[in-house]
Design a protein around this ligand. Structure first.
Ligand code: URA
Length: 212
């Protein structure tokens, strides 16, 4: 992806395809699809589970109670909601907020893959077990929450779903502490990306030197 304009156009194209998608059964019961929201230049991507009632009505992710809490968590970590991209594993609301089914997650995975490829985010934050399962299959959130794992050019950070912390007060300080680590993790990614960029600038020079 060459420039910011191309990125924004590519994200808009994915969103347009999501809005008319009929690949799985969820299209029959949705009011509207919820592609995701945020700048195409976002350094942090947050991936939730699926739209709830409010999101389905308005076509935007995380705008209900857990969305408000998510904005607070980001703000307390010094990150504004406007600078991150927020989406979900499934882009259409499962009826009565039931769990998304494996075939629905699989049908929607291509959209998430494309969003990740376009954004090339430094950090992916997973919110809840369905997005965690994509990068940490078989893991338990109580064991790995807040622990960043490197995945190629980025870090994946599994977090509790904000709704879980709203329901269980004891999780509140835990999720707050986990979010507070984000700036440090961004710094780590910046350093390893810079080291890699330096290496790729050096390599042609070293190869040339070894010719003589
Ligand atoms: N919960 C989610 O996982 N995603 C939303 O968009 C809203 C609530």
């Amino acid at each position: 992806m060459v420039n910011d304009q191309d990125r924004a156009a590519a994200m808009a194209q994915v969103a347009a395809e999501i809005r008319v998608c009929t690949t799985c059964e969820l299209c029959r019961t949705r009011t509207q699809a919820v592609p995701g929201e945020g700048p195409a230049t976002a350094r942090i991507l947050l991936v939730g589970e699926g739209p709830g009632w409010h999101e389905d009505q308005q076509g935007k992710p995380f705008i209900g109670n857990s969305g408000k809490f998510l904005s607070e968590l980001l703000a307390s970590a010094g990150v504004s909601r406007e600078e991150v991209f927020i989406t979900n594993v499934v882009k259409c609301r499962p009826p009565s907020n039931r769990d998304p089914m494996p075939d629905e997650i699989a049908a929607c995975a291509e959209f998430l893959d494309r969003q990740i490829a376009i954004l090339d985010p430094e950090i992916v934050v997973t919110l809840g077990r369905f997005s965690m399962a994509r990068w940490f299959p078989g893991e338990r959130i109580s064991r790995i929450h807040g622990q960043a794992k490197r995945d190629g050019r980025r870090m994946i950070v599994p977090m509790y779903h904000p709704a879980a912390a709203l329901h269980q007060g004891a999780l509140r300080p835990v999720i707050e502490e986990d979010f507070a680590r984000l700036p440090k993790i961004l710094g780590e990614v910046e350093r390893f990306r810079e080291a890699e960029a330096m290496k790729s600038r050096e390599e042609p020079r070293i190869q040339q030197q070894s010719l003589f």
